[in-house]
Each structure stands twice: as structure tokens, then as C-alpha cells.
Design a protein around this ligand. Structure first.
Ligand code: KIV
Ligand code: NA
Length: 277
């Protein structure tokens, strides 16, 4: 496996090759993804919900992302790794945004950063790119500001909102973003945006016409059951397997069936005979 250089993402799109991305928040998951053809790993702030147990992504910190990106970088050295910029790590000022993007890259070893926001954040994207850090955009449903959007729901349904998203996508491309996540928007709108841009679109709940797709690993593996959005396909039920395994272990320990001889260490009879007790 070879890490995809930034300029090649455009090339993959040009060739009509789909780009695949999933999230990872730990070493063992990264090691497994590294063995696949999946081109990119996102260390996203969905971390807050699916791993840290928060109600949303807002409390996630730069330190949290660095802490979880480090083992992912170690486990998947030949996969492109994107580190999410947490809420309030890029909103206050452009200087702050550059500094925090720099920290994410320097301290974790990730290859690029991703931030939520459209037209208003194009100058921020431009400044981070100018500082030498590749940036992935993220528009549509932006979980950090889901409250203002009226919750976790489909974005860009009316003409005005759809046009805003088209304009935002173009502004982010012009600002130098190397790819853009389109989250939870109608498939026909994602198709228009994907056709308009030179850089690849990475969809989640945005239909099949995007240049790539991303899913949250815990969602697709059945490891997060607080809710399952319509756009999530569960490719496995790992959570159910874990539940069965823990239950079996608990039962076997209670019954004295585990550990058996195969999982215990023996001692020579003659050694035992020498002991005084
Ligand atoms: O944090 C995350 O998992 C994300 C994806 C939903 C794109 O931003
Ligand atoms: Na995110």
C-alpha cells in the first residue's frame, strides 16, 4: 500500500476512481484498515460521540484528536490520515486556526486537517493551505453547528440553501481545499457539486454520485447503537459479537469452566511435594 500524494486525489477523480474513507480512533482499527484498499482514514470529532460517550462533537478538543490520531498514524503508516479540527479550534481567528492545524499535524503525524464550514470559512482554509497544511472542507450537515441548523437533518433541500452549498463548495475549492466532505444533502445536489468541482467530493448521506464516500467505523460495524442514521449501512454487527463474547465469558467464569487446563500453567508434582504449607 502506498500513501496517496495530495495532488493525486484530483487525478483519482479525473480517472473516475472512487475514494474510500472511514474513521479510526485507535491502533488496532488502523492496523486493519491499513490492510485494505481504503485510501483515507479520518480521525474525526465523531470521536466524541462514538468513543468518548458525549452527546455531540462540541466538547472534543485538539488534545483529544491528537491523542487518538497518534496511534492511528502508527497503525496505518501508508494510508492518508485526516485530523478533524474541533469546534472552536479554528473559529476565533485565522491565526488560531493556523496554529491549531499546525499542532494537529505536528503532534500526531496526520497528513491533513478537515474543518466544517462554507463560504465564511474559505479565507481560513486559504490561510491554512498557505501555511503548508492540506485542508479538506466539510459542508452540508455540519455536526459542530447542528444546533443552529435545526438538528441532525438533511441540508440544502430548497433552492436557496442548495445554491449556498454550491457556492460554498466552489469557494472552498478556490481557497485550495484538496477535497470536500458533503454530509447529508440530497443526492442530486451532491451530483451537481461533484460535476462542478475539480477536487473530489467525499459523501456521507449524499448519494452515489460523490467522488468518494466516508462512513464512521463504529456506525458501519454496529458498534454504536444510540441511533443509526438512514445513510449508515451496517456491514457487520461487531457490537453483537462482543456482547455474546462477554456474556459467554461471564457465564464460564461463574461456572468454573474457564480457565480450563489449556489456559492454565502446570507445576511438577515433585516441586509441589517440596513445599511446606
Ligand atoms: O467526525 C466525523 O466522523 C466526520 C465524518 C462524519 C465526515 O466528520
Ligand atoms: Na467531524
Amino acid at each position: 500500500k502506498k500513501k496517496i500524494p495530495i495532488p493525486d486525489f484530483k487525478e483519482l477523480k479525473r480517472q473516475g476512481k472512487k475514494i474510500r474513507m472511514v474513521t479510526a480512533y485507535d491502533y488496532p482499527t488502523a492496523v486493519i484498515i491499513e490492510k485494505t484498499d481504503i485510501e483515507m482514514i479520518l480521525v474525526g470529532d465523531s470521536l466524541g460521540m462514538v468513543v468518548l460517550g458525549y452527546d455531540g462533537t462540541v466538547p472534543v478538543t485538539v488534545e483529544d484528536i491528537i491523542h487518538h490520531a497518534k496511534p492511528v498514524v502508527k497503525g496505518a503508516p501508508n494510508t492518508h490520515i485526516v485530523a478533524d479540527m474541533p469546534f472552536m479550534s479554528y473559529q476565533v481567528s485565522i491565526e488560531d486556526a493556523i496554529r491549531n492545524a499546525g499542532r494537529l499535524i505536528k503532534e500526531s503525524g496526520a497528513d491533513s486537517v478537515k474543518l466544517e464550514g462554507g463560504l465564511d470559512y474559505a479565507p481560513t482554509v486559504k490561510a491554512i493551505v498557505k501555511a503548508g497544511i492540506p485542508v479538506m472542507g466539510h459542508i452540508g450537515l455540519t455536526p459542530q453547528t447542528a444546533g443552529s441548523l435545526g438538528g441532525f437533518k438533511v441540508q440544502g433541500k430548497d433552492a436557496k440553501a442548495a445554491q449556498d452549498l454550491i457556492d460554498s463548495a466552489i469557494a472552498l475549492e478556490d481557497a485550495g481545499a484538496f477535497a470536500i466532505v458533503l454530509e447529508c444533502i440530497p443526492a442530486p445536489l451532491a451530483k451537481i457539486i461533484s460535476q462542478k468541482l475539480i477536487i473530489p467530493t467525499i459523501g456521507i448521506g449524499a448519494g452515489v454520485y460523490c467522488d468518494g464516500q466516508v462512513l464512521v467505523t463504529q456506525d458501519m460495524l454496529g458498534l454504536f447503537d444510540r441511533f443509526v442514521p438512514k445513510f449508515v449501512k451496517q456491514y457487520a454487527q461487531i457490537g453483537q459479537l462482543e456482547l455474546e463474547a462477554f456474556n459467554k465469558y461471564a457465564e464460564e467464569v461463574a461456572l468454573g469452566v474457564f480457565p480450563d487446563d489449556a489456559h492454565s500453567f502446570s507445576m511438577k508434582e515433585e516441586v509441589i511435594k517440596q513445599l511446606e504449607y
